[in-house]
Design a protein around this ligand. Structure first.
Ligand code: FES
Length: 404
């Protein structure tokens, strides 16, 4: 057993002890108080524009998993509205560039992903290496010096950490991943993301503000009502385990069949070596580790990106096999897990999100929403996002409303 899987087992055991106590004695992790937030946070075009700039253009975002870009491979990343190409050279160094040809702005790399150690623009044929340097340009002598300053692609801040590739979609900004990840870095480091092999990916669109979509990943309170047929048969919505790590968090909910081991000695518990639970990586990424199938665990990554309109979002979803795909049967099983989750998200969560966001737009100015004590993950998300945009923080119910 590796050090990483040993520490992951210890983490899982510690979480299971907390679940077992709540299952035996009742109770759940809860916030100190409910929190209210202005509806305008979800509907205001100015707030939306500020978030797109501060959170999606000036903040490190997960552009890919490290395992998705092998030496000599590349992957494009357009979801922020800025065209980006991330390339790993033959020596393993990873870099990101604007995917914009310095000659006259053509899209340089037009494939979503692939293998290449050089990129040739399809407009006039200028060719750049994976290190961003201009290698060749047809008839360069006839430019008579006009190519000066265009001999390199525009570099973007790009760094890898714990199996994730982070990019900032604005040239020249400093990348400080220690500050960005805070205490969540240790959680990511123990997750074994380096070993995850992508099996299937897709995009899930929703006509709602991106934060309304994100909210649906942070609380189990809705399982019994919204997911009556899909998640409620497996998960309890009354026992939550929640841990905050600065602007990030990990949250999970008890499964209904856990009564079977919670009152037994720990030596009989089904402790797993894979991480479990919903992990929120500020500002827009959810790493869900687990499955509704007993004994199975996959990594599903949801990255939420706002569109130009306040009420438009695309969730980039991909599922990975920890430790790689073992067999064709294993691949089919992971693909089926992707399809099952996508069906729940699109037919239940995102239908509700689209209706709910449309309703928010019909509310009078000054209206609020409330996040309950058991929705503490949402409280953390909205505090962190407001802080990241330099906006007023949401506050405790009652206190905030009395101040109006
Ligand atoms: Fe790319 Fe001309 S725009 S070579």
């Amino acid at each position: 057993m590796t050090v990483s899987s040993q520490s992951q087992r210890q983490t899982q055991l510690a979480i299971m002890r907390r679940f077992a106590a709540y299952i035996r004695d009742g109770g759940s992790d809860l916030a100190d108080a409910p929190m209210v937030n202005d509806v305008s946070v979800y509907t205001d075009p100015a707030r939306h524009a500020a978030e797109r700039q501060k959170l999606f253009r000036e903040t490190p975002l997960v552009a890919a998993l490290s395992s998705e870009i092998a030496p000599g491979a590349f992957r494009t990343f357009d979801a922020t509205g800025v065209p980006v190409v991330v390339a790993r050279d033959g020596g393993g160094a990873i870099r990101a560039f604007l995917n914009i040809c310095p000659h006259r702005g053509a899209r340089l790399v037009r494939q979503e992903e692939g293998r290449a150690n050089r990129f040739t623009c399809w407009f006039h044929g200028w060719t750049y290496g994976a290190d961003g340097r201009l290698i060749a340009a047809p008839e360069a002598d006839r430019f008579c010096g006009g190519m000066a300053g265009r001999d390199h692609l525009v570099a973007l801040p790009c760094e890898e950490r714990h199996g994730l590739v982070f990019v900032i979609a604005t040239p020249g900004l400093a990348m400080d991943l220690d500050a960005h990840l805070g205490s969540f870095a240790a959680v990511l480091g123990a997750m074994g993301l380096d070993s995850a092999e992508r099996v299937k990916s897709g995009e899930l669109p929703v006509a709602a503000n991106w934060k309304y979509a994100l909210d649906t990943y942070g609380e189990g309170y809705h399982f019994a009502a919204l997911h009556k047929q899909t998640l409620a048969p497996y998960f309890r919505n009354d026992i939550t385990i929640y841990d905050r790590f600065d602007r990030c968090h990990r949250v999970s909910w008890a499964q209904k069949d856990w009564d079977s081991w919670a009152s037994k000695p720990e030596s009989k518990w089904p402790v797993r070596a894979e991480p479990a639970g919903v992990h929120y990586l500020y500002p827009n990424t959810i790493l869900f580790c687990g499955s509704v199938s007993p004994g199975k665990s996959y990594l599903t990554v949801f990255r939420h990106f706002p569109g130009e309109e306040v009420g438009s979002t695309v969730t980039h979803k991909a599922i990975y096999a920890f430790g790689g795909v073992k067999s064709p049967e294993h691949r089919a099983e992971v693909e089926a897990a992707f399809d099952a989750t996508a069906h729940v998200v699109m037919s239940e969560d995102y239908v509700t999100a689209a209706e709910g966001w449309k309703n928010m737009c019909a509310l009078p100015p000054g209206s609020t929403v409330v996040y309950g004590r058991q929705e503490m993950a949402l409280q953390n998300v909205h505090r962190a996002l407001a802080d990241g945009c330099g906006m007023a923080l949401p506050g405790p119910a009652g206190v905030r409303e009395a101040a109006r």
